[in-house]
Design a protein around this ligand. Structure first.
Ligand code: ATR
Length: 285
């Protein structure tokens, strides 16, 4: 029987996930359907409970429900979802329980390390933003052992809270060969940034309103990569600023979108799709 999956959000009409997962299913020969599900703003839990009661196997969760999905699935969640306080993937497990995970950070790390050939070990990383998007990628970035991981936010207390949250979870998390002391992790506001970075990631929602985070000049190291987790036609204000500031490479979040989908697909189906042709397909549309 065809297994049923969906992405749930509000709005959901423009989601690329149905196309991405249809391509993954075709590539790997998996018998599944994947649809877009609009949940009323006050009806997320009812929508997903109905979906699973009707035989659904797994869901992706998008704006604005990732935090509600985290609350719904807790305590049956991964450590990275606990640090993110956000769940983007729900899976009906073998015992009939719903498991929550967050594949956004792995998606970003894979896009950086595999697609963009940008190793993270020993690198100086600036992560801008301290909302759900930033929390979602923090632990997978840290596990790659950069030398510095600075979280900058307009409201610096939120950046401090995010770092405290990750420190709270690290003692319970077991990760192979991970050395917490290898990374100098700090919170900052934008004005106090006075070092250069190899990688600057925009995890704020500023690009959504065509705004630029108040990044000072001179933060891009000569070989640096500027990465905006948003994607769209043309450069975001952040990528345009990075270009003017001499960042060597610019990337938007399209690769991350496809890679987080591939991680969800792998979690559900145990099969790893080839992401490169799907990224190319989306670029061409
Ligand atoms: P998301 O889930 O997309 O991360 P969020 O939780 O509302 O959304 O967080 C938005 C993030 O973008 C916050 O870090 C916010 O900074 P503040 O905490 O200081 O509000 C950041 N942000 C939004 N617009 C911004 C802008 N124009 N410049 C800088 N940061 C911005």
């Amino acid at each position: 029987m065809t297994d049923r999956y969906a992405v749930v959000g509000n709005p959901i009409g423009h989601s690329k996930s149905p196309l991405i997962h249809a391509e993954f299913a075709r590539q790997t020969g998996q018998d599944l359907s994947y649809e877009a599900l609009l949940a009323p703003l006050d009806g997320f839990v009812a929508t997903i409970e109905h979906f699973f009661a009707a035989g659904g196997k797994g869901l992706n969760v998008t704006v604005p429900f990732k935090q509600e999905a985290w609350r719904f699935a807790t305590p049956n969640i991964s450590v990275r979802a606990a640090v993110a306080q956000a769940v983007n993937t729900l899976k009906l497990d073998a015992s009939g329980q719903i498991f929550g995970d967050n594949t956004d950070g792995l998606g970003l790390v894979r896009d950086l390390m595999v697609n963009l050939n940008f190793p993270l070990k020993g690198k100086r990383i600036l992560l801008m933003g301290a909302g759900g998007a930033a929390r979602g990628v923090l632990l997978p970035l840290l596990l790659e052992q950069p030398s510095d991981l600075v979280v900058a936010n307009r409201t610096p207390q939120k950046a401090r809270d995010v770092i405290e949250l990750i420190n709270d979870h690290l003692p319970v998390a077991q990760f192979n060969g991970f050395d917490k002391a290898a990374t100098h992790m700090t919170a900052s506001n934008y004005d106090d940034l006075n070092q250069k970075f190899d990688l600057v990631i925009n995890a704020t929602s500023a690009s959504l309103s065509d705004a630029l985070p108040p990044l000072p000049e001179g933060v891009f190291a000569p070989d640096s990569l500027a990465y905006d987790m948003m994607y769209g036609k043309g450069l975001t204000p952040f990528l345009e600023f990075a270009r003017q500031q001499g960042a060597a490479r610019l990337a938007d979040g399209l690769g991350m979108l496809v890679e987080q989908a591939a991680e969800s697909f792998f979690l559900w189906r145990g099969a790893r799709p080839d992401t490169a042709p799907v990224i190319e397909l989306l670029k061409s549309r």
